[in-house]
Design a protein around this ligand. Structure first.
Ligand SMILES: Nc1ncnc2c1ncn2[C@@H]1O[C@H](COP(=O)(O)OP(=O)(O)OP(=O)(O)O)[C@@H](O)[C@H]1O
Length: 236
């Protein structure tokens, strides 16, 4: 398997409280994977391990060729550049326009040419279906769905192999949530691996994909085929 993410016997505890016990997962390039499970079951913690925001208590974690469990501080920006990370609350810079939010990340990651920056901003806004929006708008002038699209555009800037989304529709109404799911499907069909933690089980019917279900520190890994079979049985 051509894994972009690989975890071997990963453990995570906080002050003796076990959050993840002996988790082993492989995720292939281009896969779409949901992380499901009750609140507090460890989904966000697992995602934080992947982008080196949290060190495991034990185990081996490899992401895009980086050995994340042993990563040095100076390597972390390079790991993060190979990923796109999207959160529930969008995390846009509220005092900067759409354009400045995107440009800020580009300059921080080494983009210099104004013409190339301009072209890339057009490209990512088009990908998230916001090409008609004024680039000068401030985040508060956008709907929640539009803000999340800008955040996704920002995550796409450096052509990540893996998009990590932690409850990306948690603050959006059902209709907008479905349109954001559709956008993730489109991005995934271009070959980008998507790993999404969500409480929205209705997504499985709209977009049946492999699901890793967290419960009491352990996981149940349900293949896309098994997810589809389960849906077919429920429909019968
Ligand atoms: N830095 C930390 N220090 C102490 N405990 C933590 C820390 N981070 C997470 N935890 C604990 O780990 C457990 C798992 O939390 P996590 O946020 O990963 O769950 P989750 O499945 O993402 O929940 P939700 O669906 O509500 O987002 C919780 O009990 C939480 O309190």
């Amino acid at each position: 398997m051509n894994s972009v993410v690989s975890l071997r016997d990963v453990k995570l505890s906080f002050d003796g409280a076990v959050v993840l016990k002996d988790i082993s997962i492989d995720i292939a390039s281009g896969e779409f994977v949901y992380l499901l499970g009750p609140t507090g079951s460890g989904k966000s913690s697992l995602l934080r391990l992947l982008y080196a925001d949290q060190k495991p208590t034990d185990g081996v974690i490899k992401v895009n060729g980086f050995q994340v469990d042993e990563i040095k501080d100076k390597e972390v920006p390079f790991l993060r550049r190979s990923l796109g990370v999207i959160f529930q609350d969008f995390e846009l810079l509220t005092d900067r326009s759409v354009e400045d939010n995107l440009e800020f990340v580009m300059k921080a990651t080494g983009w210099k040419s104004a013409a190339q920056i301009n072209q890339k901003i057009d490209e990512v806004l088009e990908k998230v279906h916001l090409s008609k929006i004024s680039r000068q708008k401030m985040p508060h002038q956008l709907s929640g769905g539009e803000q999340q699209r800008v955040a996704i555009a920002r995550a796409l800037i450096n052509n990540p192999k893996v998009l990590i989304a932690d409850e990306p529709t948690g603050n959006l109404d059902p209709k907008v949530s479905r349109s954001i799911l559709q956008l993730f499907k489109e991005i995934n069909s271009d070959g980008t691996c998507v790993i999404m933690a969500t409480h929205q089980h209705s997504f499985l019917r709209l977009n049946p994909e492999r699901s890793i279900v967290f419960e009491k520190g352990s996981i149940k890994d349900i293949s896309k085929k098994q997810v589809q079979q389960k849906l077919d049985l429920n429909q019968a």
